[in-house]
Design a protein around this ligand. Sequence first.
Ligand code: MCA
Ligand code: AMP
Length: 501
Amino acid sequence: MSTIPNANLFAALRAAFPTDLDGLAVETAAGQRYSWRDIDRASAMLANLLDSLGLKPGARIAVQVEKSVEAMLLYLATLRAGYVFLPLNTAYQSGEMGYFITNAEPEVVVCTRRNFGWVGQIAFASGTRHVFTLDDDRTGSLLERAAAMSDTHAVAHRNADDLAAIVYTSGTTGRSKGAMLSHGNLLSNAQVLKDYWHWQPGDVLLHALPIFHVHGLFVAIHGALLNGSPMLWFDKFEPRAVLQALPRATVFMGVPTLYVRLLGEAGLNADAVKHMRLFISGSAPLLIETFTDWQRRTGHTILERYGMSETIMLTSNPYDGERRGGTVGFPLPGVSLRVAEGGEAGGIEVKGPGVFSGYWRMPEKTAEEFTADGFFKTGDVGRISGDGYVTIVGRSKDLIISGGYNVYPAEIEGVLNELPGVAESAVVGVPHPDFGEVGVAVVIARPGAVPDPQALLADLKSRLANFKIPKRCFVLEELPRNSMGKVQKNLLREQYQQLFT
Ligand code: MCA
Ligand code: AMP
């Protein structure tokens, strides 16, 4: 028997389950209840199913399914069996999925029954041996096969630097890159946040974020499980239903759009949130108006934090001290954060136990993103106040964050430029009251062509995830350029600044 402690993240989460395994672990909005024993047994059955497939060590399990408790169980089972989880947003269309699957070469793909035809075709064509289905009503071949498996499973032994997940994230140019996250990256971050946010007995997390990305999958789920806290589970964010459930919760995590939509509910007041302990925001800048409106309406001060797929959480406003609006707080314990160029504001560079080991099969890209002394270049621009608060003032990367989802203009422009009648295009982000920021496309026609903006957007929608589609499209005579011939996106941004406000 190995004497080295098991660094598998699941082992730590399982060790934090309460002693009473019959207590409530998850309750869905539809009233379905799962005990801790259910979570343990079901993740064991799914882990045994994965083990029965004879997968290679390090095999990727790619999952594109709607949010459900079973989807979370599949994540936990993948950790438990020691394979590598690859979450994929259900909005991704076939071109996007084709790229992820050929790049990651998963041995197992799990998709919805509705998408089995096309996802299965892509997967089998790129060498995937097993394609299962899983729907959000607890049906599909994955659960049918798992039902025959044993409900006990010894957690696979993993080292801290063994891979646990690959999260795809786009770059300034080119295709998406898979950020490789280890058991050690994920567990160390979860442990730091448990202390920093004062997770405590009696906590209940209201979980209403998607679980395809770091915020909902890691920050939220690990937080609750590592504290042995139950979750009130919403497959979709419905502000009214969430508001009604808040009296039973103590912790809530959201992207700013969720707070904006909750503020739109007349019933949001101090009484409705009187049992709450903590509201956390991240993934996109929280406007100071939202921060102060929330304080005024509820008496609670939202705690804003900052992170990335490549690093998990990096900074947080304090639990006890001043939560300063417009800032993302202090570097978390163990995180070294500096501003490049030594000036007032500059590129944020970070080092710490949550920082990933590199991009999947892209050693050159990985090398480009790290400094000679081992700091990761985030692409965010920030400054640090005299008393240590970090403020994100902009981004050096050309990125739009819309409702907490990242949209890379280069990707949209690449697809737009291929459409009939389009000579060239530019996509910029402009302020939006609901999503914070949305994309606007500007297109230059080919000589003699008269492209219809609505038709272009409809065409884009069949090729890209819906949240990436610009909300408006304009056909112009020419793009503003500087003397070097570079498109001046700042001028386009200024021109369309007021479009939605
Ligand atoms: C939906 N739509 C959007 C977005 N979401 N448009 C722009 N940006 C969006 N984020 C559009 C759809 O394309 C559709 O348009 C219409 O809205 C309705 O779609 P539906 O899916 O019903 O929308 P919704 O349910 O109202 O979704 C809004 C949402 C969602 C709840 C705010 O976007 C969301 O859950 N966002 C959270 C993202 C998140 O978890 N990010 C964390 C990433 P049409 O009808 O024209 O098709 S992790 C991260 O960033 C780092 C690590 C960190 O620090 O956390
Ligand atoms: P992702 O690629 O999905 O991991 O998104 C990471 C990016 O989200 C960061 O590089 C930031 O630009 C942004 N981000 C996350 N949290 C915040 C925040 N609290 N304020 C501003 N930007 C944020």
